[in-house]
Design a protein around this ligand. Structure first.
Ligand SMILES: [Zn+2]
Length: 434
């Protein structure tokens, strides 16, 4: 039972409020207790509570860097709201259940899945997938690849630098395959259309989610291979950059998709036309009949006296951030009545309190709630086509450069066109397989 307690304790996440969690021994970063994840299990006993790392409402980066590795420090600064005295006691959340409530069942499932150990060989070897790719996943699982964190554990001294990002971080398996920009973008592309949860979980859990997804057997064979293929392509990209090959620009998403299509063809030789898109591929393997449905979609003109905000982000994090920025801006400008239009159903449902937010974003939801006290805020869900301008701006910022526009004249031709047709309420046609 004691052993179980130790396992279970790591599954409690402490939401930082006034910062009275134990800095080293409570899991307040969502990554596990810092004592366990800091290289070599070292800790500095002079630091007791999380709040000691906050100065005037901000994380003290210098102090954090003295005791933690850079990727952990970045994780903290980017993801965790600094503590404030008036926010009350830090709050525990049970992370094995999306609601954050403790249940005996989820803890039992967790202990059981730990012991006997998951038989990974059952999932790892996939017919039709090149052996080197399956074998590579096995090596990652067993920490047998030469990333810097693994080398350090073997007492090889080096200054760690990742190869996957423009401004390099420390290279760890966790960073390279899960939290780097490229990894995050690739996983969310494939997870979103497949309905696989990737929020706030570790790499191994994410892989298992793919393996154990409750889907049709045709799809199961493919899902089982997706993690290996993604990790293999991320690894190839990293090595390509490290060894100075110039041509590493082809997108990881594209390369993964090609491998998946090949596998689908190998496993289902009778299929004639394999869809080019991932979403369509999933739909086809789910076995749905192909029918087409056409809907008219318009950008929603806000009622008189209301101000409309459209958000769109490359990732959920980006969209969450955009929403807060918009609230801040509206408040500064003195707008009282604000309608948000987002194409993310999840965000809309959480913020209109239809859904209880998952534990890993409660901090963000609370910040939004604070604004809602002073302003009239509504959240609407609309279809992607009704959000064209926000989408065009987000893509421009991703592909070209960051930009800020406050006037019509500052938009480019394409964006002006969208804005004009939105204003004149010209509908878009949404054509979908159904
Ligand atoms: Zn990186």
């Amino acid at each position: 039972m004691l052993e179980a307690r130790e396992l279970i304790e790591h599954q409690i996440w402490w939401q930082v409020r006034k910062g009275d969690s134990q800095f080293w021994f409570d899991n307040w970063t969502g990554l596990g207790a810092l004592y366990y994840i800091n290289p070599g299990n070292t800790y500095d006993g002079r630091i007791q509570n999380v709040k000691e790392m906050v100065v005037q409402g901000r994380w003290n980066r210098g102090k954090l860097m003295e005791v933690l590795s850079e990727d952990i420090v970045d994780h903290i600064i980017e993801n965790i709201t600094p503590s404030r005295d008036e926010r009350g006691d830090d709050r525990p959340w049970w992370i094995l259940d999306t609601s954050g409530e403790f249940t005996i069942k989820s803890s039992w499932d967790f202990i059981r899945s730990r012991r006997p150990q998951l038989d990974i060989s059952k999932f790892m070897w996939i017919k039709g997938l090149p052996f080197k790719i399956s074998f590579f996943l096995w090596r990652c699982w067993k920490y047998k690849i030469p990333t810097d964190d693994v080398l350090k554990k073997m007492n090889i001294n080096l200054v760690s630098k990742c190869w996957c990002c423009i401004s390099p971080r420390e290279e760890t398996i966790h960073h390279l395959f899960l939290t780097s920009d490229t990894a995050k973008k690739t996983w969310s592309f494939f997870c979103n259309a497949a309905g696989i949860n990737m929020e706030g979980i570790q790499l191994q859990k994410l892989i298992v989610n793919w393996w154990k997804a409750p889907v049709t057997s045709r799809l199961k064979q493919i899902y089982a291979a997706v993690p290996s293929i993604i990790m293999w392509e991320l690894w190839k990209r990293r090595n390509g950059i490290k060894h100075g090959h110039r041509k590493v620009n082809s997108s990881v998403i594209y390369l993964v998709l090609i491998s998946i299509q090949r596998l689908v063809l190998y496993r289902n030789p009778s299929i004639r036309n394999i869809p080019a898109g991932w979403k369509e591929l999933v739909q086809m393997l789910e076995g749905g009949k192909v029918r087409v449905k056409v809907t008219q979609v318009r950008w929603m003109l806000p009622p008189f006296g209301w101000c409309a905000c459209n958000t769109d982000g490359a990732s959920r994090e980006a969209e969450n951030l955009a929403l807060l920025e918009a609230l801040k801006y509206c408040k500064q400008q003195g707008h009282q009545n604000i309608i948000f239009q987002t194409d993310s159903k999840t965000i809309q449902r959480m913020l209109s309190e239809e859904w209880k937010p998952p534990w890993n974003i409660v901090g963000w939801v609370e910040e939004v709630e604070e604004y809602k006290r002073d302003l009239n805020v509504l959240f609407n869900h609309d279809l992607r086509e009704a959000n064209k301008l926000a989408d065009a701006l987000a893509n421009y910022a991703l592909d070209e450069r960051p930009l800020q526009c406050y006037l019509f004249e500052e938009l480019n031709v394409q964006m002006r066109k969208i804005l004009n047709s939105d204003k004149s309420q010209i509908p878009y046609l949404r054509i979908r397989r159904c």
